[in-house]
Write a protein that binds this ligand. Structure first.
Ligand code: NAP
Length: 255
């Protein structure tokens, strides 16, 4: 039996990569495509929609979402309310929204995933960073993305910081009388350490986690050079969420 997939944001950079990946997997079928400005009515026999409400009643199993931070929460809610298991790569969710959507998934008895990063290397980097933070409480995160990215810091950086917070002995880094001569020079503060966001054309998605201690340093780095790096994770998630009955946050929970 094939898994029927909707792709929300199919005209975007990630949406196009997801469209390609689903089209090439014989165990998956494209059931519908959503983009507010699409002019096509169908593509290769797959119906195209401009409004999510027009997907009510569509025979589909999974809602893949690569849209924009400002619509992803409403989209995920909509998917859960209409029987589609969400696989969401769009970033920008608040912890409260994730909690609310998890509760909703339990009520609906639907699996789902919100993943700030679908690349296996990035998932491993987050786990290594949490491990290292046990021994190196002095840490800074630098995330680097293409210059069209709308949210900062990245969802991956926030998730990495949350995992580090769980293992790191709480401390406020830097001197108490530190002064920023240019506002923002020290980046965003998260639980006493800093996150820096770089935006440049040519980049895709990259992250460094730098640890420092007396006389030594440790740097972890992950690079997504191409959006294809995310598609193995998206493919795996589509096949997992249909077997589950609760939404989870982070691909590591489905591996
Ligand atoms: P993008 O190229 O700007 O694509 C977003 C697409 O969503 C655009 O085509 C946009 O259409 C469309 N869209 C806007 N509102 C919509 C709605 N209400 N319903 C359906 N589609 C809508 O961005 P991207 O680079 O593909 O990234 C998309 C998201 O994925 C971002 O949040 C990014 O941070 C995230 N991301 C996640 C991962 C991961 O591994 N989890 C990796 C990379 C990126 P218009 O342009 O016509 O407005």
């Amino acid at each position: 039996m094939t898994i029927r997939v909707i792709i929300a944001g199919f005209k975007g950079k990630m949406g196009q990569a997801a469209y390609q990946m689903v089209s090439e997997d014989a165990s998956l079928t494209l059931a519908g495509l959503l983009d507010p400005f699409a002019t096509e009515k169908e593509i290769d026999g797959v119906p195209v929609f401009n409004k999510k409400e027009d997907l009510i009643g569509l025979e589909a199993d999974v809602w893949v979402d690569f849209t924009m931070p400002k619509v992803a929460y409403e989209n995920t809610r909509f998917a859960l309310e209409n029987g589609f298991a969400p696989v969401v790569g769009t970033t920008g969710f608040t912890p409260e929204q994730i909690e609310e959507l998890t509760d909703l998934s339990v009520e609906a008895s639907l699996g789902g995933l919100i993943a700030p990063n679908f690349a296996i290397g990035a998932v491993l980097l987050m786990q290594f960073a949490a491990k290292a933070a046990q021994y190196f409480p002095d840490v800074e995160i630098i995330e680097l993305h293409h210059d069209k990215k709308k949210d900062a810091p990245s969802g991956t950086a926030i998730k990495t910081a949350e995992l580090i917070r769980e293992t790191r002995a709480s401390k406020h880094q830097g001197v108490a009388d530190e002064e920023e001569l240019l506002k923002g020079a020290r980046g965003a503060e998260f639980d006493g350490f800093r996150i820096h966001s770089v935006r440049l054309p040519g980049l895709v998605a990259h992250q460094e986690v730098l640890f420092g201690a007396e006389g030594e340093g440790l740097t972890l780095r992950h690079d997504s050079y191409d959006r294809v790096s995310f598609m193995g994770g998206v493919n795996h998630a589509i096949k997992e969420v249909v077997k589950r009955n609760q939404l989870v946050y982070g691909l590591e929970n489905l591996l």
